[in-house]
Design a binder for this molecule. Structure first.
Ligand code: USQ
Length: 389
């Protein structure tokens, strides 16, 4: 299969490229390295020492004998993206090429505008490029569970059957996005759904939960193939952050009570899910939505798990409750349906103490690179009074 991966230098994009390449697919990646600049701009760096993209592609060729093609440019540049799609004629496009941090999008007006402009315009450029050059191509778009928020009812996979004033319909599930980044993903979903209904495109929106983990089968083959790993307040996700904090002796940064519950998945399962979606494409005109996570946890449950695993390895780990810098529910109902990827054959990697210990061991190898000043939360959702949720 000809696979085009947007954001192929990123935490998920790079290991996804390796996985498809290892399985004999013809892989092209696109990136403009803006994630590296953003992380640098917030005074942090990947914990893992990653090489440049060209160097990593060379290392992969040496290890596997496989070629990955690469284009350097921005998805916001419509002519550039159009040219890449026309030239590579992908059968599937996997779109990770977005600003994916909620705190970054809440840090200032400029960063909110940058996030929504880059994400929404980049995605629109892609929809037009697919329509004009490869209308049969399957778009696999990374969405987010955060599009739904935390409603008081079960969260369905994309659509809900509603009875209203005696009539019935199946409509997109209501959205209560949790940040201006999450709002950008809702806008993308609306635009993709429209393109499927209007132009007959085929797309799968993978509403992904919070990802954790460092290694995948291919990146573990050789140090030079490792993926980036962020732990700072802006770009690090919660479990990855807690594991680094345990290793460097920083208290675990639980925001508020820690009752916030989310869907989580291992980075290896992200790759499984994306592959399953790609190998089982949506129909022409279909906008399919999968909820992509394997287990639900509260933030405090994760902190307790990391504390236990860390102490088992001889670390002294303290849990600290910080004033919550975000506007979010801390105690709430949460039950999100996630059966469609299981039906396609997903075999979940379940989180337990052993897995956390293996993450801690992987982090120990690079702990001297950790920048402790990048850890404490400074980005507030609402610098004024908190609002009623
Ligand atoms: N949290 C803490 N302490 C921390 C960091 C986070 O208590 O040190 C809490 C947050 O307040 C939040 C939860 O942990 O309630 C998750 O936060 P996160 O930073 O790990 O994840 P989030 O901001 O939700 O965003 C991440 C990815 C994003 C993806 C999303 C999936 O960065 O790209 O879309 O997870 S979801 O959460 O399902 O929307």
């Amino acid at each position: 299969m000809r696979v085009l991966i947007l954001g192929g230098d990123g935490y998920l994009g790079w290991p996804t490229a390796l996985r498809f390449s290892a399985r004999g697919h013809e892989v092209t990646v696109v990136d403009n390295f803006v994630r590296r600049r953003w992380v640098d701009g917030v005074g942090s760096d990947s914990l893992t020492p990653i090489g440049g993209l060209a160097e990593r592609i060379d290392a992969w060729r040496e290890v596997s004998g496989n070629e990955i093609r690469c284009f350097v440019g921005s998805v916001e540049d419509g002519e550039f993206l159009d040219g890449v799609v026309a030239e590579t004629q992908p059968e599937v496009v996997i779109h990770y090429g977005q600003q994916a941090s909620a705190p970054y999008s809440m840090a200032s007006r400029e960063k909110a505008v940058e996030t929504q402009h880059g994400n929404v315009i980049g995605n629109l450029n892609l929809l037009f490029a697919i329509r004009d050059h490869v209308p049969e191509c399957h778009l696999v778009k990374l969405g987010t569970m955060g599009e739904y928020g935390q409603p008081e009812i079960d969260i369905e996979e994309g659509y809900i059957e509603i009875e209203h004033k005696g009539r019935r319909d199946t409509l997109p599930f209501p959205k209560l996005p949790a940040s201006l980044y999450h709002c950008s993903k809702v806008h993308d979903s609306t635009n993709i759904h429209f393109a499927c209904r209007t132009w007959g495109l085929r797309a799968t929106d993978l509403n992904q939960g919070v990802v954790y983990g460092i290694e995948t089968d291919e990146t573990a083959d050789d140090e030079r193939l490792i993926t980036r790993f962020d732990y700072d307040e802006i770009f690090g996700t919660v479990l990855n952050r807690f594991c680094v904090q345990a290793v460097i002796g920083h208290p675990l940064t639980v925001y508020g009570t820690g009752g916030q519950t989310r869907g989580f998945l291992n980075i290896r399962d992200t790759l499984q899910c994306v592959e399953l979606a790609a190998l089982n494409p949506a129909e022409a005109g279909e906008f399919r939505v999968f909820n992509q996570f394997t287990e639900q946890f509260s933030v405090l449950e994760l902190a307790q798990l990391v504390k236990h695993a860390g102490e088992h390895l001889g670390y002294s780990v303290e849990i600290q409750h910080y004033d919550n810098p975000r506007v979010e529910k801390e105690e709430h109902y949460y039950n999100a349906i996630h059966t469609k990827l299981l039906d396609l054959g997903l075999e979940p990697t379940l989180l337990g103490e052993e897995l956390v210990e293996s993450m801690i061991h992987a982090i120990e190898r690079h702990k001297d690179r950790a920048i402790e000043t990048a850890i404490d939360p400074h980005t507030r959702w609402n610098p004024g009074e908190p609002v009623q949720l």
